[in-house]
Design a protein around this ligand. Structure first.
Ligand code: F1P
Length: 438
């Protein structure tokens, strides 16, 4: 009787049964010895079981002392209980000695980024073929995933592959023109984000093929995509997305390489970047970033500038600061500065400038100088020092993957600013991990 996405779970006290059904929103049933668990996500019961049944739309289940029975909601006919074993370990959903999941997940990137070099080999090849045989490629997602989509657009462009990018929540004017020649690359940590699912369903109706780049197992997106690239970061518990972003981007970097006119797998570059990041992100750097956050956490506004790949990086850094610490962080392309943004700069306005060793290094430094000349306090996050920077967090030069290091600094700034302001970095107010409603 309900309209719209929903999942319902009802306890019948009289006959001691639980009924659960799904129409649009995720339901995972955990199977253990003499025990069952129902959650919207596997991580809810991961410490108890890894054996899971994912309900599909129009399916229901009854759980009682005898067992769990699945059935079709329309025909009421029994369905076979098909369980899968998820490869996530229970410890992966624990804090592992860290004070917060967010910090743990940021640090895990030293493992999850290089791990992407060994995953999805055949799936990436298949996805690259789909891209080569298409005329229009659209990257989409929401929130962090949308910034990953934008960053991927630059990576594809570097490989000579033209793509379009749109936030899934504003995809209508782009996907209106989808056809059988279109490939949509949908990016999502959870694979359950309502707007992303709606966007791809719209595209599918027009005949488009779907490549999904997902972290969570057993999601709706995984089920409806033509090819799924599972980025293997393990459960992301903190609401603020971190390790999923970097693993998705590294995976898309590989896809971009294999989709180019001269196909090549950049897996060795990703592995090497992983080793460099491991050497770089030591206690000394963490302390420096924490000290910088202590200087910033009483600010109400800060700006983040970047150009080219460092533009989506700036957007992602600003989002991390916003979500985790509630400081108003706003990102701009450094090229936008003179078109209005510069009016915001006042004495000591903190302005983070993201740089890379690329064709735009000097342009970005010139923007930093403009802001500095108006009294702004310039925080450089880059693989180089510059006189325009009042303080520098030096990141390693990873070529196009410098974006990963710069974003990690933004994630850490968000985390430490949250701590300084007394906010809960794992559960920011008003935010949900999976936005399964419109
Ligand atoms: C998208 C997203 C996250 C954000 C927040 C709300 O989720 O916007 O990026 O951090 O948790 O949802 P997803 O589609 O990547 O699961």
């Amino acid at each position: 009787m309900l309209a719209g996405s929903n999942a319902i779970c009802v306890l019948n006290l009289k006959n001691k049964e639980i009924g659960v059904c799904r129409d649009g929103s995720p339901v995972a049933i955990g199977l253990a010895t003499n025990e069952f668990f129902i959650g919207s996500d596997v991580t809810a019961f991961l410490p108890y079981t890894r054996s899971v049944v994912f309900l599909e739309d129009g399916q229901g289940a009854i759980i009682n002392k005898i067992g769990c029975k699945m059935f079709s909601l329309s025909t009421k006919k029994a369905l076979a209980l098909k369980s899968t074993v998820v490869d996530w370990k229970a410890e992966a959903a624990q804090k592992d000695g860290y004070p917060h999941y967010l910090l743990k997940e940021i640090m895990e990137q030293l493992v999850t980024i290089p791990k992407t070099a060994h995953l999805n080999k055949s799936e990436i090849k298949k996805a690259a073929e789909m891209i080569k045989n298409s005329k229009k490629i659209v990257l989409t997602g929401c929130g962090t995933a949308s910034f990953c989509a934008l960053a991927a657009k630059y990576l594809f462009a570097q490989q000579g592959v033209a793509t379009e990018m749109c936030g899934a929540y504003e995809s209508a004017p782009t996907l209106e023109f989808a056809s059988t020649d279109t490939v949509v690359i949908a990016i999502s940590q959870s694979g359950e984000t309502a707007d992303t699912l709606l966007a791809i369903k719209r595209a599918q109706k027009k005949g488009a093929k779907i490549i999904a780049v997902i972290n969570a197992r057993g999601s709706t997106l995984e089920r409806i995509a033509d090819v799924s690239l599972m980025v293997g970061s393990g459960p992301e518990i903190a609401v603020v997305s971190t390790k999923a972003f970097t693993a998705q981007l590294a995976t898309l970097y590989r896809l971009a390489g294999l989709s180019s006119a001269v196909p090549h797998d950049v897996a060795p570059i990703i592995s090497k970047a992983g080793s460099t990041l491991k050497e770089w992100l030591n206690k000394k750097h963490l302390k420096k970033i924490a000290r910088l956050a202590a200087e910033l956490h009483n600010q109400e506004h800060l700006y983040v500038l970047g150009k080219d790949l460092q533009y989506p990086a700036a957007m992602e850094c600003a989002l991390k600061v916003k979500e985790a610490s509630y400081i108003h962080g706003e990102a701009f392309s450094s090229g936008e500065l003179k078109h209005g943004v510069i009016a915001l700069v006042d004495t000591r306005t903190p302005c983070i400038v993201l740089g890379a060793k690329d064709a735009y290094e000097n342009e970005v430094r010139a923007s930093a100088a403009e802001v500095k000349a108006r009294g702004g306090y310039i925080i450089g996050i880059a693989p180089f020092e510059a006189p325009e920077f009042d303080i520098t967090i030096k990141t390693p030069n990873l070529g196009p993957l410098t974006i990963l290091a710069n974003v990690i600094v933004g994630q850490l700034l968000g985390y430490y600013c949250a701590i300084g302001r007394g906010a809960d970095p794992d559960k920011p107010r008003n935010l949900a991990k999976s936005v399964t409603v419109k």
